[in-house]
Each structure stands twice: as C-alpha cells, then as structure tokens.
Design a protein around this ligand. Structure first.
Ligand SMILES: CC(C)(COP(=O)(O)OP(=O)(O)OC[C@H]1O[C@@H](n2cnc3c(N)ncnc32)[C@H](O)[C@@H]1OP(=O)(O)O)[C@@H](O)C(=O)NCCC(=O)NCCS
Length: 225
C-alpha cells in the first residue's frame, strides 16, 4: 500500500473532520504498511548454521522423556504420531532415505514425550533437492514442533542440542532454515549458538510444493563457502 494517496475528502474540512480523517487514514496506511512488511518477511527465510562444537546436552524438565526415531519400515513415523499430516511428513523422510535420495544415511528425529504423549519433535536430514546449498556431509534440522501447551519449557532447545551432540563431526555443518517472522524458532536456534549464514527465499517451481527448495539470496553465497 506504500505510495497510495491517503483517504481525504474536501467535504470533511467543512465538517471539521479533516484532521480526524487524516489521522485515521494515516493509521490505516501504517497498518497496511505493517501488513506489507509482514508479508514480505513471511516470504523471507534466514539460513542459520553451526558446527555444533559448543553444544552440550541439556537436561529435560521433570516428567519428560526423550527418544530417537530413525527411518524404518517397521516404524515409518515416531510412536505417538497423532495425525495424518505428521505421519505423511515422516513417511516422506523414510521414502527419501530408502530410495535413496539423501546425500548420506543420517536421517532421524529427536522426540519428547509427556505422559506417553508426543509433545515435541525435531527432525534432521542430509541434503536433498529442498536444501541444495548443503554439502554432502551436512545435516539440516527442521520439521520442529512443540505442543502449544508445552512451549517455553526448553523442549526445542533440548532437542536441538541433543542432535548437535549426537551428530557432530569434523567438517560438518548443521543448517536450520527459518522464516524471518518466526521469533520463537529464531530464539531457539540463536540460543544454541547458530550463526546467521545467509538470507533467502522459498522457490516453488510450477507452483508445486513438493518440488520446492530454499534458495540463499544472491550476493551472499560467499557466506556459504
Ligand atoms: C519454535 C518452537 C518449536 C519452539 O518450541 P519450544 O519448545 O517452546 O522452545 P524452547 O522452550 O526451547 O524455547 C523457546 C524460546 O522462544 C522464546 N519465545 C517464545 N515466544 C517468543 C516470541 N514471540 N518472541 C521471541 N521469543 C519468543 C521463549 O521465551 C524461549 O526463549 P527463552 O528460553 O530464552 O525464554 C515452537 O514455538 C513451535 O512448535 N512453533 C510452531 C512450529 C514452528 O514454527 N517450528 C519451527 C520451524 S523452523
């Protein structure tokens, strides 16, 4: 909405409404600009990375139990997966793993349970077409979620550090791609010592989500070397 004329009627001056309407119009314009900015940010991604060298295992809060999930035909999604969408997302990882479409074999997830309920998962996977900028040995951490009633208790932070400790090795980078408006997620990754390596966007060839990939913006490729 930037650049659009503000709402202004000559009659309003006669009615003594000019200042009011102008301030309303200005407020509306500010809202529209904020909305525009949010839309722009929503399409904007931050590419964080870490070697995991400084990572350490954090304790879970009492009553939470963690376990690892690895792709397998017997367990194509984690125990306690509660909806079809979630099962499909993990099944997709199994397919990538078995076909094999991943740059290496190190795919999995850290899951956290509370009273047998799955309340958090953080998955990791090597390079495939969605993350073309990664090196052969690198891992990407994503598909991260905490049940809303268990947020802010350090579960995502716990899982992230766990993956780093479990999977770090010389020459490997861990990647974490997050929407620029996702403050809780950015807080989690920055708290774990990741550094911002690039900014970029999500490309969806022919409008097909399955073919989509995260692309670091031009001019910042040097950060990725
Ligand atoms: C992102 C997400 C996984 C974090 O899970 P979590 O278990 O609550 O994470 P943690 O408790 O380890 O840490 C959350 C941090 O974000 C902070 N936070 C929460 N809301 C925030 C906000 N609006 N702005 C800034 N920080 C915020 C918390 O205070 C906490 O930081 P602190 O420990 O320094 O106080 C969770 O919010 C979620 O599932 N979101 C929806 C799915 C999603 O966005 N996944 C990430 C995709 S990249």
């Amino acid at each position: 909405m930037k650049g659009q004329p503000s709402v202004h009627h000559p009659e309003s001056r006669l009615l003594g409404l000019d200042e009011d309407s102008r301030s309303v119009a200005a407020a509306l314009e500010r809202c529209a600009e904020t909305a525009d900015d949010n839309l722009t940010l929503a399409r904007h991604y931050l590419f964080y990375r870490s070697t995991g060298a400084e990572a350490y295992e954090k304790p879970l809060p009492p009553l939470y139990v963690a376990s690892a999930w690895w792709p397998s035909l017997r367990q194509p999604w984690p125990r306690g997966a509660f909806d079809l969408g979630l099962k499909v997302r993990f099944l997709f990882r199994c397919v990538l793993h078995y076909l094999p479409l991943l740059a290496n074999r190190e795919c999995g997830a850290i899951c956290v349970y509370f009273a047998e309920h799955l309340v958090h998962y953080s998955a990791f996977a090597p390079r495939y077409w969605r993350f073309p900028f990664m090196a052969d040995n690198d891992l990407q951490i994503g598909n991260t979620w905490t049940d809303p009633s268990h947020r802010g208790r350090g579960l995502a932070g716990f899982a992230l550090e766990k993956i780093l400790v479990l999977k770090r090795k010389p020459g490997r980078y861990f990647w974490y791609v997050v929407e620029a408006i996702n403050r809780p997620s950015i807080r989690v990754v920055e708290r774990a010592g990741f550094e911002l390596a690039a900014e970029g966007s999500w490309h969806k060839p022919f409008g097909i989500k399955l073919f989509g990939s995260y692309v670091p913006g031009s001019g910042i490729g040097a950060h990725l070397s």
